[in-house]
Design a protein around this ligand. Structure first.
Ligand code: GLC
Ligand code: CA
Length: 543
């Protein structure tokens, strides 16, 4: 267990460790997102686990990432991929136990990797002891920790669940309770001090075990309009997130005090960080969550939600650099995660989708700030077809099949080219989600032998990023000419241009320097220019 820097002194008395050093690790870290259930199965029950992940840590150091973020590992009701937590200070037996997590953190540390956990403060599982007690007795202290309303014909207001249908369900005794996600995920009432106190205990529990921080689920939620007033507009999945139409459920001003408090806790532990999931349309609002005394980062989802267009990407990059620059926070760039279709598929699928995903990877890894890479994106995995009968995602069920759900980006990782793709040991149970027929083709074992693979592109890009001062930190300026996007990155007096051709014809790019890396196989250069094929990107170092 690492020594705690400060115990009970106020932040005023104590200089802030890490966060005020010239360049803390998290400002430019590449964080690899591990979907634990699908990463590697150590004990053969068909479910990814901590032992499996531990055994694969050398792969992550070979790849060259700085840290990993593990999706929820807590005992869970299983209604929403682990985001319905029963016990915040334990490990789900599917994944191992607390000793396994400690061993993982220790191994990771030895290999130079940091571990971030996922914390879910907006809601618990309906099987959490608090919610059970609240159901049993409306006058219990636990009932105050959720949002209940007395029995009535109609729900208390017009709020909708993000997974479809009303955000209110009935208890067996006729009361209403609020759930902005699935009914198995009752929302906590953060106006009750017992809630805040318990989460502080949870943070310390894991920080004391050596983790380097947390990804904070639904960090723009937690508080709701105190009068539970109707939302002005209907729920519609807007392009970039929630806006004024959902003003009563999200982004209440009180929430920022929680992040100030959590920041002060993290500041007691050297080199730890918080990154918040803040799905608001206005990036200026998102950036406020990573002001210097709040979370260290809040995700910028612009590129995750942008179509393949130079205009959209240029706008996404520029808006994020401006918004986060204003609060002196690094941008946390995201191209893929466990909630979105895989980028190869989003960008058109097949060879075109793969070429675009390669180009996008070079952009992601050049930009100043920290980059989040979702497990399997380094292999160029497409969105998998999951048969309806195998699906698990509540979005699919609550929309009566109208929305496909997120299972297709959550299927097991292909490690080798055998039928079971090396996800589980030989002779194991069926994997929890079926392995798609094409998976062996993308296996790690194959791609490590193929110098032109997506995996090698990521590895080379990560190695260059680690050694070149213009990549991943420093400053960037964005320009666009037609379908060609250029990000000029500078650091320590050196410059790299990342040029992305998002159009349909080859373009000539003038270059006075060297080609550091190209996403396409052939990028001929002659007479001071390089010929950049469609759907490709290049890193040009200005000597
Ligand atoms: C976040 C998670 C998502 C989950 C939801 C509810 O958006 O990323 O997977 O379903 O929160 O916890
Ligand atoms: Ca297992």
């Amino acid at each position: 267990m690492p020594a705690r820097l400060v115990t009970a002194r106020s932040a005023m008395e104590q200089p802030r460790p890490a966060s005020q050093s010239p360049s803390p690790w998290w400002r430019s870290a590449v964080v690899y997102q591990v979907y634990l259930r699908s990463f590697a199965d150590g004990n053969g029950d068909g479910i990814g686990d901590l032992t499996g992940l531990r055994a694969r840590l050398p792969y992550l150091t070979w790849l060259g990432v700085d840290a990993l973020w593990i999706n929820p590992h807590y005992p869970s009701g299983g209604a929403d991929g682990g985001y319905d937590v029963i016990d915040y200070r334990a490990v789900d037996p599917d994944y191992g136990d607390v000793a396994d997590l400690e061993a993982l953190v220790a191994d990771a540390r030895r290999l130079g990797l940091r571990v971030l956990l996922d914390v879910v403060p907006n809601h618990t599982s309906d099987q959490h002891p608090w919610f059970r007690a609240a159901l049993a007795d409306p006058d219990s202290p636990e009932a105050m920790r959720y949002h209940f309303a007395p029995p009535s014909e109609e729900p208390p207001n017009n709020w909708q669940s993000l997974f479809g249908g009303p955000a209110w369900s009935r208890t067996p005794d006729g009361r209403w309770y609020l759930h902005l996600f699935a009914p198995e995920q009752p929302d906590l009432n953060w106006r009750d001090p017992a809630v805040a106190a318990d989460f502080e205990k949870t943070l310390r529990f894991w920080l004391d075990r050596g983790v380097s921080g947390f990804r904070v689920d639904v960090a723009y939620g937690l508080f709701k309009d105190a009068g539970l007033r109707d939302n002005p507009g209907a729920y519609s999945p807007t392009l970039f997130g929630h806006g004024p139409e959902q003003a009563m459920t999200w982004n209440q001003p009180e929430v920022h005090d929680v992040w100030r408090r959590w920041r002060s806790i993290c500041d007691e532990y050297p080199d730890t960080m918080l990154v918040g999931e803040v799905c608001l349309a206005d990036l200026e609002q998102v950036a406020l969550y990573s002001r210097p005394d709040e979370m260290h980062q809040s995700f910028s989802f612009r590129l995750l939600k942008s179509p393949w267009s130079a205009e959209a990407f240029a706008d996404g990059v520029r808006t994020a650099l401006d918004a986060f620059g204003r609060v002196q926070a690094p941008v946390s760039w995201v191209l893929g995660n466990h909630d979105k279709d895989r980028l190869v598929t989003r960008f058109g699928g097949g060879a075109v989708g793969a070429a675009r995903a390669r180009a996008a990877a070079l952009l992601l890894l050049a930009l100043p700030g920290s980059a989040y890479v979702y497990a399997g994106d380094e292999l160029g995995l497409p969105q998998a077809e999951v048969p309806d009968e195998a699906k698990r995602d509540p979005i699919f069920f609550r929309s009566a099949g109208a929305r496909a759900g997120r299972d297709g980006c959550r299927v097991p990782m292909p490690w080798n080219a055998s039928a079971g793709v090396g996800f589980s040991p030989r002779g194991a149970a069926e994997p929890w989600l079926p392995i798609p027929a094409g998976w062996p083709r993308s296996a790690v074992s194959r791609q490590t032998r193929d110098g032109g693979s997506m995996l090698h592109l990521y590895r080379r890009a990560l190695a260059l990023r680690a050694e070149h001062p213009a990549l991943g930190s420093g400053a960037a300026t964005v320009s666009r000419r037609g379908d060609v996007l250029t990000v000029r990155c500078t650091g320590e007096g050196r410059t790299v241009r990342c040029v992305v051709n998002m159009g349909s014809g080859t373009v000539l790019v003038r270059s006075r320097g060297t080609v550091l890396l190209a996403s396409a196989e052939h990028v001929p250069s002659s007479g001071g220019s390089v010929a950049l094929p469609p759907d490709s990107a290049v890193w040009l170092a200005e000597d």
